[in-house]
Ligand binder design. Structure first.
Ligand SMILES: *Cc1c(COP(=O)(O)O)cnc(C)c1O
Length: 343
């Protein structure tokens, strides 16, 4: 991969905004450099633009160097930045699987970047060769998601490796649901593949969707490009502090994951006995995709009970499918009770 050839010319030439907090990073007694209000501490101060304390904490949790971490306002931010950094609007394209997470397409559309979709197989597996065959000289990035949303399955690691080896642009692997799966993250392989970008998030297993913190892991040259483009203070002080605090709860996170995975097994077993349930696809995530007789009608019925699931029946390969998040044991019981009323 040649990063200089991959990056858009205007981004290569860009002189990034330099904030007061970028220019002076040591400890001073008096800060009169950023036109801040001297009152209302600590909220009067701009936050660390590169979030070093938080990155160091994540670095030690994940065993990755802090220079290989980018933090964003949710995963949405690195997804958008990848297009802005590498894809020339109206010229370049990206390749992804179908169905998958909707944000890749939305971010590409906003940036006027063509999306080339390759349908998954009937078993929701994918072929690296098909994705490579769909790419051309203008393909700058391939997005895959493992475990995939909304199909819930892990993608074959050997196929992902074929992408990394066979493609000279970026390969983004979205691991938002990796904690719920039996597979390991690809993070330990970051140094093996210079074109690998891994996305993770605090929104799912860590239970912090409300504070908006997404992570991208890649080689420092790629992270430096992301940093050049991002808003100077993209992660606010409250999010940085709260994430530092809540990342201490590693054990609690693992207990939540275990409970959710146990509840997932229970849900699969119980839903399977319902006559209108046709297929429950195997799940490596914190949700299940269920094919049902007249999914739309079941969706409407559940809303009458105040239970909202995701109707995915209009999505490729998901005819008559509902996507159901695994909730707390009590919430899951309520769902099953409401479904039984339909028999
Ligand atoms: C939920 C989800 C995310 C997380 O998005 P955030 O913006 O970090 O909340 C990322 N990727 C996929 C595939 C998801 O389903």
């Amino acid at each position: 991969m040649n990063i200089d050839k991959l990056i858009r010319n205007n981004i290569k030439a860009l002189k990034a905004y330099s904030s007061a907090r970028d220019e002076f990073t040591g400890q001073a007694e008096v800060y009169l450099d950023a036109n801040e209000n001297p009152f209302n501490a600590p909220y009067n101060r701009y936050p660390d633009p590169l979030q070093w304390d938080l990155k160091k904490k994540i670095a030690s949790l994940k065993d990755v160097a802090p220079e290989k971490i980018f933090l964003g306002n949710g995963s949405d931010e690195p997804i958008d930045i990848i297009f802005r950094a590498f894809c020339e609007p109206g010229v370049d394209n990206m390749v992804t699987i179908d169905p998958t997470y909707g944000m890749y397409q939305v971010a590409a559309d906003i940036n006027n970047v063509e999306v080339r979709k390759v349908k998954l197989n009937e078993d929701f597996g994918f072929s690296a060769q098909k994705l490579l065959d769909t790419s051309n000289l203008y393909t700058k990035v391939i997005f895959v998601c493992s475990p995939n949303n909304p199909t819930a399955n892990l993608l074959d690691k050997a196929e992902i490796v074929k992408l990394l080896m066979g493609f000279d642009g970026l390969v983004v692997v979205d691991e938002a649901y990796i904690d719920f799966s039996p597979e390991h993250s690809m993070l330990p392989e970051l140094d093996k593949y210079e074109n690998l970008v891994i996305l993770q998030t605090l929104s799912k297993a860590w239970g912090m969707a409300g504070i908006r913190l997404g992570m991208a892991f890649a080689q420092p040259e790629i992270i430096r490009i992301f940093n050049k483009i991002k808003y100077p203070y993209n992660i606010n002080m409250l999010t940085q502090q709260k994430a530092m605090e809540l990342l201490e709860n590693l054990q609690e996170k693992e207990e939540w994951v275990k409970t959710i995975v146990d509840e997932r097994a229970k849900m699969v077993k119980k839903l399977f006995s319902l006559p209108f349930v046709q297929v429950i696809y195997p799940s490596d995530a914190n949700f299940i995709l269920v094919k049902m007789h007249d999914a739309r009608c079941i969706y409407e019925h559940l809303t009458e009970y105040g239970i909202i699931v995701r109707d995915r029946s209009k999505i490729a390969l998901c005819d008559d499918c509902l996507r159901i998040t695994i909730g707390s044991p009590t919430e899951n019981k309520k769902l099953r009770k409401a479904l039984k009323e339909l028999i």
